[in-house]
Each structure stands twice: as C-alpha cells, then as structure tokens.
Design a protein. Structure first.
Length: 165
C-alpha cells in the first residue's frame, strides 16, 4: 500500500523552506500531495490558487508523480481522507510555530483521529524563511534570491512590479 502524505499550506508562494520539507517528506512517504488551502471568503493572497499550484508543479517537475500539487477548500482532514492520505505533514521552524501547530493538530485529531500529523524540522538554512516575509522584503526592494525556487522568484518579482503599477 502506498504511503501518501498531504502537505497543506497557503504556499503564497512556495519557498525553499517548503521545498526542503517536501524533500524530507519524500524520504518517508511514497507520495506527497502539496495541497494549497483556499478560502474564497478570506483569501488575501498575492497569487491565485491556480498560480500557486502551477509554481509548485514547476518546482517539482523532475520528481514525476511522487509530488502532486492541488488546491482545496473546506476542511483539511476531509481532503486528506478523500485522497487516501494517512498523514498530514507540517514544517516546524522555531518554537514560535509550535503553539499554532499544536492547536491545529489537536483540532484535526479531534475531527479525524485516523489522520496523523507529522512534523518535519526545516534545515537550519531555512529557519528564517516564510512566504509572508519574502513578499514583504521583495516588495520593499530587498534581495530574496536563493530563498525561493528560481522560477518562483521570477514570478514573485513580476507580481511585485504589477502590484506597484
Ligand atoms: O501555511 P499555513 O497558512 O500556515 O497553513 C494553514 C493551513 C492551510 C494548514 C490551515 O489553515 C488549514 O488546514 N486550512 C484548511 C481549513 C481547515 O481544515 N481548518 C481547520 C484547521 S484545524
């Protein structure tokens, strides 16, 4: 039986921190579904769900079908169960992440105890990377090269220019 994990998040956009967590997950799972969460009522993202999915697919084009990218609305645990996933993967950077993750994991376990949440610790060179900070720094003219896959960097810089005009 294939071991399938869902790696959910906003991925607005995917960063090298996310890429690192996906590579680590591939050492443990046969397939990783990178799932872009989308709430039409709340979403203030820079990129549409389709754009976010396309960037993830581009970044993992060489992995074949071991990494799939998808977008979903609704409850994560329902999505994970519908995909036949046994685990949800989340990345941890610092202690500050823990409280939020602990709360979400506990709620997800309450909703669907059969789906386990697994935490992966990002490599130390990725501890400070977040999509939110990368967008902020890029929009203020800072250099974010090396923090995102190259194709994603190009799209981010294009989006910064569009948002300025
Ligand atoms: O990258 P993020 O923004 O920290 O990811 C948060 C995410 C997408 C994992 C979380 O908001 C989520 O699971 N959303 C789907 C809706 C849901 O199931 N909410 C209840 C979570 S306990």
């Amino acid at each position: 039986m294939k071991r399938i994990a869902v790696y959910p998040g906003s991925f607005d956009p995917i960063t090298n921190g996310h890429v690192d967590i996906i590579h680590r997950s591939l050492l443990v799972f046969d397939e990783v579904i990178v799932a872009v969460a989308f709430n039409p009522d709340k979403d203030s993202a820079w990129f549409t769900p389709d754009e976010r999915v396309a960037m993830i697919r581009e970044a993992f084009a060489s992995e074949g079908n071991r990494v799939r990218a998808d977008a979903f609305t609704g409850l994560l645990v329902d999505y994970a169960a519908a995909k036949g996933a046994t685990a949800i993967v989340r990345g941890l950077r610092a202690v500050a992440d823990f409280e939020y993750e602990f709360q979400m994991t506990s709620m997800n376990r309450h909703l669907k105890p059969q789906v386990e949440t697994i935490f992966m610790v990002a490599g130390e060179s990725h501890f400070y990377i977040s999509s939110r900070l990368v967008k902020e720094v890029a929009s203020l003219g800072g250099n974010v090269a090396g923090l995102l896959p190259d194709q994603v960097l190009a799209r981010l810089l294009a989006r910064v220019r569009e948002r300025r005009s």
